[in-house]
Design a protein around this ligand. Structure first.
Ligand code: AMP
Length: 596
């Protein structure tokens, strides 16, 4: 079954607008099958997991069916837990945003009756509730089902497990016979099948085809990652595993935009592809990616389809695909033509259930891997630094500094101390991180309880800050200069160091300045751009590479504006400190970071 574009499904312009607003580019498999069937009035039985897009699959036709002039319950959605009821109600509200007059209300145990009664009295047409509380309202006659046109049972198998089968039966019996009935369930145990038999009429069966494809040459792993730290884990894996050519898949255009910006800000040669880009823009990006002018392509499924790049080193599923079929398509971009490939998938919280269904779908092994620890990252940095130092010494390709070293030796310093001090000054970034690299802890899905899913307690630990050269903070890749000049220079060991840091800018037309604030003062690259643009009123395009150090920051400014920036920024109050700003000179005559 091919996936379809939303515009092909027969939805009204109001709903299509909401779908675009939510950043969905195309319908998922389940949506492509269920929406037309439901719009045509059929009953539907869908075998589908959370994460397959099933909520919108039933919610869009449900909203479509609502007669806004009628202020009475017209659609009833039964969910096993209050959490799911709230989630579904939220999605219904978003999808109904442009259809005026549609009201939805979640109804679940534990919430005050008053609020629910008010919502019902106000004329909510879509009721999303847990079976117990819905039964209460039916018994109290505060909820009437006489105008119900559609009943949806979401996660029917879970409702069965939770002992709601009799309640479901009662509700289905009370609703008018002339209605649509929709079952969504991950599994179809006997009692659910018998409910389906009793309460649906010639249902259209909607499933994801179970055509497992074998992918023998692809090494597949997944990491359970707290959603908030996906970016850090991604960068950590890229660095640690020396990954230099990959596609990173995200669920929406917004995510693609966001991730591309984050990666570029961290100095990775990444660009994006999604459906909002013109053909010319896409071709330009693909061309660059093919020629290895880019290391990473961040894309949605739609944009990547038909993308003729087939030998990527790694496919990242930064956001989990909707189902096994999408997973298969995505990872098929690696390991082609007899080469071995890799697929790395991030799984957050409850997505683990979807991951399990993907594993079943592909009938294959996807190993669970542990997120690399802080120590491993540090060790790698130190080893890489050692290797490059060793290589430099072996090759002898460096200028001797006998006079300078001789002066220090004359003063009684020993060679090992001098070397250590130099490493401290210039190798700081690689031998040890400026701040402790915090372990990105993993988040396991909480076990399901009878009446709810427990949410894991939020953990409050800041993401690791990374040592990365900051490229020019331009958003528009169309006018970004060719990447090779701006790309961080690979040390060949996975560490990408900016050789120009602390020296005069190596970029034509740019002057490197030093600001007397750095990471230790809580500075981010955005703050640097912000203060320069804010104080000088120059456009942000005059700002080039930004290189944060512990106590100071190097920033490139277009030559003709450098003096203005120095004069305007010097002496101002910034982040609670008096700021100094001067032209950077070659490394040896620069103010030492630690002395400020
Ligand atoms: P569900 O299976 O309904 O729990 O949906 C899982 C996630 O997929 C939700 O976060 C939805 O917002 C998202 N989603 C649903 N349909 C689409 C789509 N067509 N494109 C992208 N994301 C979607």
């Amino acid at each position: 079954m091919q996936k379809k574009m939303f515009a092909e499904l027969g939805l009204s312009p109001e709903l299509l607008k909401a779908v675009v607003q939510m950043g969905y580019e195309e319908a998922t498999h389940i949506q492509s099958q269920a929406i037309p069937a439901l719009l045509s009035g059929s009953d539907v039985v869908g075998q589908s997991q959370t994460g397959s897009g099933k909520t919108a699959a039933f919610a869009l036709p449900a909203i479509e069916r609502v007669d806004v002039k009628l202020r009475a319950p017209q659609v009833l959605i039964l969910c096993p837990t209050r959490e799911l009821a709230v989630q579904v109600a939220e999605e219904v509200a978003k999808l109904a945003a442009y259809k005026k007059g549609v009201r939805e209300i979640p109804i679940y145990g534990g919430q005050s009756y008053d609020r629910q009664l008010r919502g019902l009295r106000d004329g909510a047409q879509i009721i999303i509730g847990t079976p117990g509380r819905i039964m209460d309202h039916l018994e109290r006659r505060t909820l009437k089902l006489d105008q119900i046109k559609m009943i949806i049972l979401d996660e029917a198998d879970r409702m069965l497990d939770m002992g709601f089968v009799d309640d479901i039966r009662t509700v289905l019996k009370q609703a008018p016979a002339e209605r649509q009935t929709v079952f969504f369930s991950a599994t179809m145990p006997g009692p659910i099948q018998s409910l389906i038999k009793t309460f649906t009429k010639n249902p259209v069966n909607v499933t994801i085809e179970n055509q497992a494809l074998t992918m023998p040459d692809i090494d597949q792993v997944y990491y359970e990652v707290d959603r908030r730290f996906k970016l850090d884990v991604l960068c950590r894996l890229i660095d640690l595993q020396d990954i230099s050519y990959g596609i990173i898949f995200c669920a929406t255009k917004m995510m693609v935009d966001e991730l591309t910006e984050h990666l570029a800000a961290r100095g990775y040669a990444a660009d994006k592809m999604h459906g909002d880009m013109t053909q010319a823009m896409r071709e330009r990006v693909i061309g660059k990616f093919r020629k290895r002018g880019l290391d990473f392509l961040v894309a949605t499924d739609v944009a990547a389809r038909g993308l003729d790049v087939d030998d990527v080193e790694v496919v990242f599923n930064y956001d989990l695909p909707h189902d096994g079929e999408d997973y298969t398509h995505r990872i098929g971009r690696t390991g082609r033509a007899g080469r071995s490939g890799r697929a790395i998938t991030f799984v957050s919280g409850r997505e683990i259930y979807k991951m399990q269904s993907i594993i079943r779908f592909i009938k294959g092994k996807i190993r669970r891997e542990r997120i690399p620890t802080e120590e491993e990252v540090e060790k790698k940095r130190a080893n890489s630094f050692y290797d490059s130092l060793h290589k430099t010494l072996e090759e002898g390709k460096y200028e001797r500094q006998d006079a300078l070293i001789g002066r220090l030796l004359d003063q009684g310093y020993v060679a090992t101390d001098i070397a250590s001090a130099l490493i401290h000054l210039f190798g700081d970034d690689v031998v040890k991180p400026a701040e402790p690299v915090r372990e990105v802890r993993e988040q396991r899905p909480a076990p399901a309880r009878r009446d709810d899913y427990a949410r894991p307690a939020p953990r409050d630990y800041p993401p690791e800050r990374r040592e990365r050269p900051e490229p020019q903070a331009r958003r528009d890749y169309e006018d970004r200069p060719a990447l090779p000049e701006r790309r961080p220079i690979s040390t060949g060991t996975g560490l990408k160091a900016d050789r120009t840091a602390g020296e005069v800018s190596h970029e034509a037309g740019m002057t490197r300045l030093t600001l007397g604030v750095g990471r230790d003062h809580g500075i981010q690259p955005g703050d640097v751009v912000g203060v320069i643009v804010g104080i000088t009123k120059l456009p942000k395009e005059v700002v080039g590479v930004i290189r944060l150090q512990t106590k100071q920051t190097f920033v490139d400014i277009a030559d003709e504006h450098a003096d203005l920036v120095v004069s305007k920024l010097s002496g101002i109050e910034f982040k609670g400190r008096k700021l100094w700003c001067k032209r950077a000179t070659v490394a040896k005559s620069e103010p030492k970071p630690e002395s400020h």
